[in-house]
Design a protein around this ligand. Structure first.
Ligand code: FES
Ligand code: FE2
Length: 378
């Protein structure tokens, strides 16, 4: 798992007037709205004696720890220690890690890392979100898989034919062959564009909307953006667009929280949302069922223990990205954290760690480029 990316913590609609405990990257966070409704995200471990902040109550802009009532604001500063009275001096090292938060596309994103703003990989953009002629839906699943398996599945064009019977021919056409995809990389990821023969859409309403009843060559493109986000643009007809955006977050190394924002430019009336979402869920669960059973559970660190062919090229490239981000010092040393789980509470380092010294909670240990063997255990 990696620090220094934006991760989806919770859906905006689910964050109301109560603090919520959210597990990300194997650690706990508390997410809450301050008095102005702005979402805030802090490490969940109270710097006093380890209280569970998410179990506390909100007081204006602060979360109060349920153990001795210390109050922390959205910047992670302790602003009240009831036991020392209002004139008591609050020690600076009571500070808790606070993470940058952005609310976008119906999601609350937290930047889990210490990079200054200008250096942060951006949230994967949805250009058409909120634009005329588009309709969005949002769905959420939690799966027992390594998030990397899911991202690799997102950029794997050869599985469609077999995992999703409605998308392909399920291996029944002897003349079927996948073209070599056009592949490119940008600053934060790798994309591919594909033209493939596809049967007509199975959903009657969608088929009517597409106006296509015969097999045809369909263009689609897909790619990952950063460590755990995938975009897919499918154009079943030149004027019919389905754009899907998966924002994923490792709950821990083998559990993944997945948000799907689906954008469509047809059947725009809300009454079609339910059917679209049902369709998406059927397809998503087909992926889930395959991914839950792959072995080993954790994505191998190298390609030598899996036999890659032409269409696995984007996956090989994704693994190279992981090495590059590890070389920047962003990969968490999960093995060490596991070993110390009973004795040490950890936090993801926040941007304030670059300004302030003397933190009570240890920052998670990180791997260097040379720790390849350890990374395999993540
Ligand atoms: S442990 Fe949180 S206030 Fe004491
Ligand atoms: Fe799939």
């Amino acid at each position: 798992m990696f620090i220094n990316f934006w991760y989806p913590a919770i859906a905006s609609a689910e964050l109301t007037d109560k603090p919520v405990k959210v597990r990300m990257l194997g650690l706990n966070f508390v997410v809450f709205r301050d008095s102005k409704g702005k979402a805030q995200c802090l490490s969940n471990v109270c710097t006093h004696r380890g209280g569970n902040l998410a179990g506390g109550k909100l007081h204006g802009d602060c979360i109060a720890c349920p153990y001795h009532g210390w109050q922390f604001n959205g910047a992670g500063e302790c602003v009240k220690i009831p036991s020392i009275g209002k004139d008591g001096k609050i020690p600076a090292r009571t500070r808790i890690d606070a993470y940058p938060v952005e609310e976008k596309y119906g999601l609350v994103f937290a930047f889990l890392g210490d990079l200054p703003e200008a250096e942060r990989p951006p949230i994967m953009p949805i250009e058409e979100y909120g634009a005329d002629g588009w309709r969005s839906t949002i769905q959420h699943w939690v799966w027992d898989i390594d998030y990397k398996r899911s991202i690799e599945n997102g950029i794997d064009s050869a599985h469609n034919e077999f995992v999703h019977p409605t998308h392909g021919f399920s291996g029944t056409r002897d003349d079927y062959k996948l073209n070599e995809p056009e592949m490119w990389t940008d600053e934060w990821g790798t994309g591919i564009r594909n033209k493939r023969l596809a049967p007509p859409l199975k959903d009657e309403k969608m088929r009517e909307a597409s106006g296509r009843n015969v097999d045809a060559v369909v263009e689609s493109s897909t790619g990952h953006h950063g460590i755990a986000a995938v975009w897919t643009h499918i154009h079943p007809m030149p004027n019919m667009f389905i754009h899907q955006y998966l924002y994923e977050c490792p709950i821990d190394a083998t559990h993944t929280s997945i948000y799907l924002i689906n954008m469509r430019n047809f059947l725009l009336e809300p009454e079609h949302d339910g059917r679209m979402m049902e369709r998406n869920q059927v397809v998503a669960f087909q992926d889930r069922d395959v991914l839950t059973d792959v072995q080993p559970k954790l994505t191998p660190h190298t390609q030598t223990k899996e036999a890659f062919v032409l269409h696995d090229k984007p996956i090989a490239r994704y693994r190279q990205w992981l090495d590059e981000w590890q070389a920047r010092g962003w990969r968490i040393d999960v093995e060490t954290i596991e070993r110390n789980r009973m004795t040490t509470a950890y936090a993801i380092p926040s941007p304030a760690r670059r300004q302030h010294k003397g933190w009570v909670i240890d920052a998670v240990p990180l791997l260097s480029a040379r720790d390849a063997v350890k990374a395999a255990a993540e």
